[in-house]
Design a protein around this ligand. Structure first.
Ligand code: TMP
Length: 205
């Protein structure tokens, strides 16, 4: 079963990812992330830091995803493992739809077309949602932030995520990221166990 954690910067999903390591240790999941689980991730981090051309950045994120699928996700799923990824394809749709606005005619369609037919759709996606002001206070001081971590960008990104959750209610679970982090982790861990029990792990290829 493939589980993904999504949300804007500052939404606490990386803290949640870390907490699930302990809470789900008995299931021996594969914990992974995008970007950064492959060597392509290093190029992506450099692209983010250097604020290169948005199309270059977007295609590097997709390249990292392809390498991530090939080297981590597919092999683990083939072994019947539970895979929990901190960010995945919805990050591309939500963020690069914003960064490619005005550069590519229909950014979201273009991004989805780049994934269609070969990528793997998650079985379950937990979307951590919170007020933008709260996310900004949880982030680094303004001068040290990545170029995504601005109010205008994060507002649009979160609205994109919420639209995806509305369109795919059977996959998305929206999590109130203002709750105590322990409560969030317990809820998500419980929901994952429930999914495993109810057979979501049986993937249709
Ligand atoms: P991180 O903070 O989860 O490590 O992710 C780094 C940044 O990269 C974060 O601001 C979100 C952004 N990002 C995208 O814009 N598109 C993507 O496809 C992914 C995976 C991350």
């Amino acid at each position: 079963m493939l589980v993904t954690l999504e949300g804007i910067d500052g939404s606490g999903k990386s803290t949640l990812h870390a907490a699930l390591r302990e809470l789900l240790a008995d299931l021996d999941p594969v914990f992974t992330r995008e970007p950064g689980a492959t060597w392509v991730g290093d190029a992506v981090r450099r692209a983010i830091a250097e604020q290169i051309d948005p199309v270059t950045e977007a295609t590097l994120f997709v390249a990292d995803h392809a390498a991530h699928l090939a080297t981590v996700v597919r092999p683990a799923l083939a072994e019947g493992k539970l895979v929990i990824s901190d960010r995945y394809s919805d990050s591309r749709y939500a963020y690069q739809s914003v960064t490619l606005q005005g550069i590519i005619p229909e950014p979201e369609q273009w991004l989805r077309a780049m994934h269609n037919g070969w990528s793997i759709i998650p079985d379950r996606t937990f979307l951590c949602v919170l007020p933008i002001d709260e996310a900004l206070t949880r982030l680094k001081p303004a001068g040290a932030r990545e170029h995504f971590e601005k109010r205008e960008v994060l507002e649009k990104v979160q609205n994109n995520y919420l639209a995806y959750a509305r369109n795919e209610p059977s996959r998305f679970v929206v999590v109130d990221a203002m709750l105590e982090k322990e409560a969030i982790a317990e809820f998500v861990a419980g929901a994952i166990r429930q999914d495993l029990k109810s057979g979501k792990k049986k993937r249709k290829k």
